[in-house]
Ligand binder design. Structure first.
Ligand code: NCD
Length: 317
């Protein structure tokens, strides 16, 4: 049974296949509209979500399958004290694949260990978010044309941002990536990301506090919001929340073909005026998210694109 809990659960070849399949789906969505007929996705979301949950659901519907699930812990038996393991064992009886988001690190892994259907981690606490990573990779591959030899700036809450941890973990497997980690002292990437991922993979990285001084050398700028829900006190959040605000004025310092990404939701960290800048790709990025999730679910469920009859051949009646 293949699950997706950590981006490194997939080999680079498998990731390449998923991105290529996503491109194929974008080019001809109608060819995939029935591949998951009769299949059910269960979205078990114990934490708020707009893009991730709805793009998973749209992805399954666009593959011809259907969706069951809950969108908050209050709407599930978790509110009565049911364990993640028990919930997963029940849902396995009703669905073919699970996408789970949970505030606790490791919860989707616990689910995966208790069922015989694929489990996808749709974000676990401040840990990882592998399907956002696939979304980011597809966006970078489509828009920058490559996944290696890039200078990428991560800006904002690098301490609690699971999308950041996940994408750093994945990109450090490619060659020639230079990581520029832009954050206030208090929100720097955790030591385990530096020691066990960046250093271990011999990735080049630098940590800075000032965005303006590094903007000019970035191919990609990955903005993030300060993760209010993971702070221990509100005063710290308020002090740090507006540390970085990307504006058109600041973007004058950036390369003409910079790609600005953001997993969204955006709070204040990107001024709305930036949305019309051709370098702003975050809304397009959210759109790629549906296609990459279609490709991922096809892969985990072992679904294939139906063979089309060769040109000129008609079906006998
Ligand atoms: C992110 C998340 O949930 O980690 N959102 C998303 O899935 N696109 C980022 C965030 O909440 O800041």
């Amino acid at each position: 049974m293949k699950h997706l809990i950590d981006p490194t659960d997939l080999s680079l070849e498998e990731i390449d296949e998923i991105l290529t399949l996503a491109e194929d789906i974008i080019a001809d969505p109608a060819a995939y509209s029935e591949v998951a007929k009769g299949k059910k996705l269960a979205t078990l979301f114990y934490e708020p979500s707009t893009r991730t949950r709805l793009s998973f659901e749209a992805a399954m519907i666009d593959l011809g399958g259907s969706v069951i699930g809950f969108s908050s812990a209050q709407n599930s038996s978790a509110s009565k004290g049911e364990s993640v393991a028990d919930t997963a064992r029940i849902v396995e009886k009703y669905a073919d694949i699970i996408a789970m988001r949970h505030p606790k690190e490791g919860a989707p892994l616990v689910a995966a260990m208790n069922v015989n259907i694929p489990v996808i981690n749709a974000g676990d606490g401040g840990h990882l978010h592998p399907t956002q990573t696939l979304t980011d990779l597809l966006t970078i591959r489509e828009e920058a044309g490559r996944l290696n030899h890039l200078t990428i700036g991560f800006c904002g809450d690098l301490k609690f941002g699971r999308t950041v941890h996940s994408l750093i973990k994945q990109l450090s497997r490619y060659s020639g990536i230079h990581f520029v980690l832009i954050s206030p002292q208090e929100l720097r990437v955790p030591d385990y990301i530096k020691d066990e991922i960046l250093v271990k993979n011999h990735a080049e990285f630098e940590e800075v506090e000032d965005m303006e001084t590094v903007l000019g050398k970035l191919d990609i700028l990955y903005m993030t919001r300060v993760q209010r829900e993971r702070f221990f006190n509100e005063a710290d959040y308020i002090r740090l929340k507006d540390t970085y605000i990307l504006t058109e004025e600041k973007l004058k310092l950036a390369l003409k073909d910079l790609k600005i990404l953001h997993p969204l939701p955006r709070v204040n960290e990107i001024a709305v005026e930036v949305d019309k800048d051709p370098r702003a790709l975050y809304f397009k990025q959210a759109e790629y998210g549906k296609f990459v999730r279609m490709a991922l679910m096809m892969k985990l469920l072992g679904l294939k694109k139906p063979e089309t009859a060769p040109e000129g051949e008609t079906t006998a009646c």
